[in-house]
Design a protein around this ligand. Structure first.
Ligand code: PEP
Length: 250
C-alpha cells in the first residue's frame, strides 16, 4: 500500500549551522506516532551532515537534484553514487525550478530517473502545469505529457521506487494554493493514467504528493482528499513549527 509522506524542499536556504538548528527544532517539534514518512531535502553541502545529525530519528534525508551521468567531466555536478555514499537514498527530480532555470527537459529528467533507479534510489518526481496551461484548459494534457515522457518508460516493478509530486507552477512560492478540489482532480487523473498505462495495483500503490504553498492553515483540507498522499513543502518547510504542523495535519 502507498505511504503518506511529507517532504520539505529547503532549496538554496540554510548554511551548515542553520541546517543543524532547523533539524534540532524539527526533532523537538515533529509529532510522534504518526503513520507518515518525513523527509527533508537540504542543500548538497549539508546532506552528509544532516544524515549524521538525524541518525536514530525517523526523519529521512533527500537530495534536491542529481546528475544523470555515473561520473566524469561534469563540473559542479553530483552523481547518484556520491549521494548514496553519504547515506542519501531519495532524490527529488524534475522540480519546476530545475525545469525552468536549468532547462531540464523531460528527456533529461527521464535519464536522471533511470540513473537513480539503476542505483536503487527512490525518486520524488515533480510534475505540474503553468498558469497559462490552466487558463487555456490544457493542464491535464501538460501533466499527462510530463508523466508519460518522464516515467512511462519504466517497468511495473520500478514504480515501487517512484513518488509523484503534483506541483502546479502557479502555486509554488506564490501563496496561491490549488483548492483541495483542484488538487484532487489532478491527483485522481494522475492515478487513472498510471492505471491505464500499467494496472490498478501500480496506481493504488503510488504515493502522489501535492506541492504549492501548503501551509499549516490549508494542509488538513488538502490532505483530506482521497488521492492526496501528503505534500512537498517549500517555504513552510523552513519554519520548524509550520512544517511540524503540516506533518500533524496528515
Ligand atoms: C516547492 O518548491 O516544491 C514548493 C511547493 O514551494 P512552496 O511550498 O513554497 O510553494
Amino acid at each position: 500500500m502507498r505511504h503518506q509522506i511529507v517532504a520539505g524542499n529547503w532549496k538554496m536556504h540554510k548554511n551548515l549551522s542553520e541546517t543543524h538548528v532547523l533539524l534540532d527544532e524539527l526533532i523537538e517539534l515533529l509529532p510522534t506516532g504518526k503513520e507518515v514518512e518525513v523527509i527533508v531535502a537540504p542543500a548538497f553541502t549539508n546532506l552528509a551532515s544532516a544524515v549524521n545529525h538525524l541518525e536514530g530519528t525517523n526523519i529521512q534525508v533527500a537530495a534536491q537534484n542529481m546528475h544523470q551521468a555515473e561520473g566524469g567531466a561534469f563540473t559542479g555536478e553530483i552523481s547518484a553514487q556520491m549521494l548514496l555514499s553519504v547515506g542519501v537514498e531519495t532524490v527529488i527530480i524534475g522540480h519546476s525550478e530545475r525545469r525552468h532555470y536549468f532547462k531540464e527537459t523531460d528527456a533529461i529528467l527521464a535519464d536522471k530517473v533511470n540513473t537513480a533507479l539503476r542505483h536503487n534510489m527512490r525518486v520524488i518526481y515533480c510534475i505540474g502545469e503553468e498558469l497559462k496551461d490552466r487558463e487555456s484548459k490544457q493542464y491535464l494534457n501538460v501533466n499527462f505529457n510530463q508523466l508519460r515522457d518522464g516515467l512511462f518508460h519504466l517497468s511495473k516493478a520500478q514504480w515501487e521506487h517512484i513518488v509523484i509530486a503534483y506541483e502546479p507552477v502557479w502555486a509554488i512560492g506564490t501563496g496561491e494554493t490549488a483548492t483541495p478540489e483542484q488538487a484532487q482532480e489532478i491527483h485522481a487523473f494522475i492515478r487513472q493514467e498510471i492505471e491505464r498505462q500499467y494496472d490498478k495495483t501500480v496506481a493504488e500503490n503510488t504515493s502522489i504528493l501535492y506541492g504549492g504553498s501548503v501551509k499549516p492553515n490549508n494542509a488538513k483540507e488538502i490532505f483530506s482528499k482521497p488521492d492526496v498522499d501528503g505534500g512537498l513543502i517549500g517555504g513552510a518547510a523552513l519554519v520548524a513549527a509550520d512544517f511540524a504542523a503540516i506533518v500533524a495535519a496528515i
